[in-house]
Design a protein around this ligand. Structure first.
Ligand code: GDG
Length: 747
């Protein structure tokens, strides 16, 4: 045996053995991660659809529950979803549910109580995970209003984990084989080269020059890079574990959307230039949930934000095309301002959008008003924005992301101008049930406009269902329940829930002082002692937010618990919104009168139980209040999501503070550790306020920790990532089908 072989063989054997052991260890660790991952996914899917499932379950609509499960089972990680009632009868199951998975078997696996054992059912609150070969199960109790209706089981096909384990194994073996060969080759070479002009040869090697007829390190490095890239791509397309960050989102756009810039169309612009009283120009951050969510996405991905130029100094700060680079001082994307005349603003924004569609979509007891003239302006402004968005396109396959009810017609208008565009639309507010939506005289045009998009997103599954029901009822279109899509005039629009969220961590939290300092400052400003109890509400001054119900709950609290008088103060930050509309001016008068009457009734000396601040606050001030408060009450009468609730949780890195949350927000489906109340029920709401005040610190911490973990995972980067991955898949499908068609037509 040659000298080289005597050295190389043992080295390869030892390193091979090490590779095998390392891959075993790595596989067992990653298997545990995957198991955890699918459980988190099951919890997420369950949280999003829970309310809709309970609703259908209680009204005996098993098929509707089955349809929801069918939708969930499209997720690659769920083989099937099934539900059983407490007495062991099946309620619904998605198509691929294994036949042998009977309710009795599920109950045995989960070790759940017997049907009649009420106390034991009540005590069952945690999910049970079961592992059976390549199939895992997550079995969750389905609870509603303190009662357990039954259980929902997610069946996970873990064969993907086995595939990835096999990939990891080959990765390790390949890496160690390369290492073994490299080490052996290197040693042998050193021996040889030491007798020659080795420095020259090493340089050549690194360049990839052949040595003695063999290739250098160049090809090995190239192979290694390719291997790493392949493993990374596999992880990404499978949804990928790990935190969603701006960087990850940026990489996703680069990799899956060829770095195409994103064109957002939204009424409100993220930075408003206003001329102050002293003549100086100020930059304002508007009070808008849409801006809160989307601005971090633009900072991460860059692109253009097409929005209404509404500030008094907006024109002079923009170029001739209305463009301005933002954020000020760290410019990473552009705003393209669209200018509107007073009539357009009145008809499109105040009229059709905010006196028509806004009350139409919210159950808040304000009548929608639809005027013919407003509709004319709405169409005209939608055309203006669609044209501005298309003017920003730099390829014939732009990605246009249309926001909210202001622009229901834009998707179709963009599609007409740019047939190959990927048009995404997101409806930030609720979509009402089809009977209610039917009162809109322009219902057909609104839905037809939205069906110009490739993907139409809503905050919850319930809103998707309502939209599909409305299409079913009022349009000549086919609903593809299996794909959750509408096929209209030969084009497909996917209709999916994407619950929106906040950035994580929120930049404003890092920009404000410690919790103690914020508390000292805010209490100081209010003239309150350090042991005062502080409640907080933060909203745009809007009738959907339930501000009157909130103040009435405070009033009821002080009636029921006199000991809190003089100790509890409720601060309501209410940013003026849509002030030209009479209903909003009336609301302000009503809220001010109510606050004054509560203060007159219970106030004494310098203590006022309600401090009402009807003015715009810049975000750092809003966040100081979040950090200073003992509790935050979000009492919306109807709300797509509500980001104030999420911001409050994100602001509390001290894990203190209690969130009281209206049942009628999208957020209540996700932040289940909040005290969830019906804001109309003043007994319940005031009891929740009292419970929040009395809640021990460790319970506060436990609830906060759990909600914070959820938000860290389900942040706005994940929201955008999910939509963009779906968009990338559609683009790829479109490309494949159109190139196949081209080939067919050439033949
Ligand atoms: C729509 C949907 C959905 C409040 N006061 C001030 C201020 N705010 C900020 C809050 C928060 C935002 O405004 C409000 O967000 P919401 O989510 O509660 O509400 P909408 O504006 O109605 O948003 C809603 C959202 O879209 C996203 O999809 O959640 O359901 O209705 O960020 O902090 N901000 C500033 N000054 C204030 O005085 N700067």
């Amino acid at each position: 045996m040659s000298r080289a072989a005597r050295f190389v063989l043992p080295l390869v054997v030892v390193l091979g053995l090490m590779a095998w052991i390392a891959s075993l260890v790595a596989n067992s660790v990653t298997r545990r991660w995957f198991e955890k991952d699918v459980q988190v996914r099951a919890h997420g899917a369950f949280a999003v659809s829970r309310q809709a499932v309970i609703h259908h379950w209680r009204s005996g609509r098993r098929q509707a529950v089955g349809r929801i499960f069918e939708g969930m089972a499209h997720d690659r990680l769920f083989l099937a979803v099934a539900a059983c009632s407490r007495d062991g009868t099946p309620v619904a199951r998605s198509p691929r549910t294994p036949a042998q998975l009977t309710c009795r078997k599920l109950a045995t696996m989960a070790g759940v109580p017997r049907p009649a054992d009420e106390a034991a059912w009540r005590a069952w609150t945690r999910a049970v995970a079961v592992h059976e070969g390549n199939v895992d199960l997550t079995i969750l109790p389905l609870r509603d209003r303190g009662q357990t209706l039954g259980m929902v089981a997610f069946v996970h096909d873990m064969s993907f984990a086995a595939e990835r384990e096999a990939a990891t194994e080959s990765f390790y073996l390949a890496a160690f084989a390369i290492l073994a060969l490299a080490a052996a080759g290197f040693t042998v070479l050193v021996g040889t080269l030491s007798e020659r002009r080795w420095i020259t040869q090493v340089r050549g090697l690194l360049r990839g020059d052949p040595v003695d007829g063999a290739a250098g390190f160049g090809p090995i490095v190239r192979d290694f890079r390719e291997l790493v890239a392949r493993v990374q791509a596999e992880a990404e397309s499978a949804g990928g574990a790990g935190a969603w960050t701006p960087e990850r989102l940026r990489q996703l756009v680069g990799r899956h959307l060829s770095g195409e810039k994103i064109i957002i169309v939204a009424n409100r612009e993220p930075y408003i230039h206003e001329r102050g009283a002293g003549g100086e120009i100020e930059v304002l951050h508007p009070a808008s949930g849409l801006v809160t969510a989307l601005e971090p996405i633009m900072r991460a991905c860059s692109g253009v934000w097409v929005g209404h130029g509404s500030g008094s100094a907006d024109r002079e700060t923009a170029d001739s095309q209305g463009r301005v680079a933002v954020p000020p001082g760290e410019e990473s994307y552009a705003i393209r301002r669209v200018w509107l005349g007073p009539d357009e603003e009145r008809g499109y924004y105040e009229g059709f959008a905010n006196e028509g569609l806004w009350p139409l979509c919210h159950i808040a007891h304000t009548r929608p008003i639809f005027r013919g003239e407003d509709w004319m302006h709405y169409q005209r402004v939608n055309r203006k924005f669609a044209a501005a968005a298309c003017a920003e396109a730099t390829s014939d396959e732009p990605i246009v992301f249309v926001q909210d009810y202001h622009f229901a017609l834009v998707p179709r208008l963009v599609r007409a101008r740019e047939p190959r565009a990927t048009v995404l639309a997101f409806w930030h507010i609720p979509w009402p049930n089809s009977e209610h939506f039917g009162i809109c005289p322009l219902r057909y045009e609104i839905m037809e406009g939205l069906l110009g998009s490739s993907i139409l997103g809503f905050q919850t599954q319930l809103h998707c269902n309502n939209f599909l029901d409305a299409v079913d009822r009022y349009m000549e279109a086919r609903i593809d329940r299996e794909r959750q899509a509408v096929v209209y005039q030969g084009r497909v629009t996917l209709v999916r829930p994407y619950p929106i969220s906040v950035e994580w961590p929120i930049r404003w939290v890092q920009a404000v002082p410690s919790v103690d300092e914020c508390r000292r400052e805010v209490l100081g400003e209010l003239g309150l002692p350090p042991d005062a109890i502080l409640g907080l509400g933060v909203d745009r001054l809007d009738y959907t937010k339930g501000i009157e119900e909130r103040l009435r709950a405070v009033e009821r609290l002080l009636e029921r618990f006199p000991a809190l008088r003089g100790r509890f103060t409720f601060v309501q930050i209410a940013a003026p919104s849509r002030t030209p509309i009479e209903r909003y001016r009336e609301l302000r008068r009503q809220v001010e009168a109510l606050a004054a009457s509560i203060n007159a009734r219970f106030g004494s000396g310098s203590w006022h139980p309600v401090v009402l601040r009807c003015e715009h606050h810049e975000p750092p001030r809003v966040f100081r209040h979040y950090r200073a408060a003992d509790l935050c009450y979000v009492s919306s009468l109807h709300d797509g999501m509500n980001l104030v609730a999420k911001e409050f949780v994100a602001a509390r890195d001290d894990e203190r503070g209690v969130l009281i949350l209206s049942h009628f927000t999208g957020a209540a489906r996700e932040l289940t550790e909040a005290l969830v109340v019906n804001p109309y029920d003043l007994e319940q709401a005031s009891a929740a306020l009292a419970a929040a005040i009395a809640m021990p610190a460790d319970e506060q911490a436990e609830r906060m920790r759990s909600m914070r973990a959820f938000l860290a995972d389900f942040n706005v980067y994940r929201w955008a990532g999910r939509i963009l991955v779906d968009a990338a898949r559609l683009r790829q499908r479109y490309r494949f089908s159109s190139s196949a068609l081209e080939r067919a037509s050439v033949r």
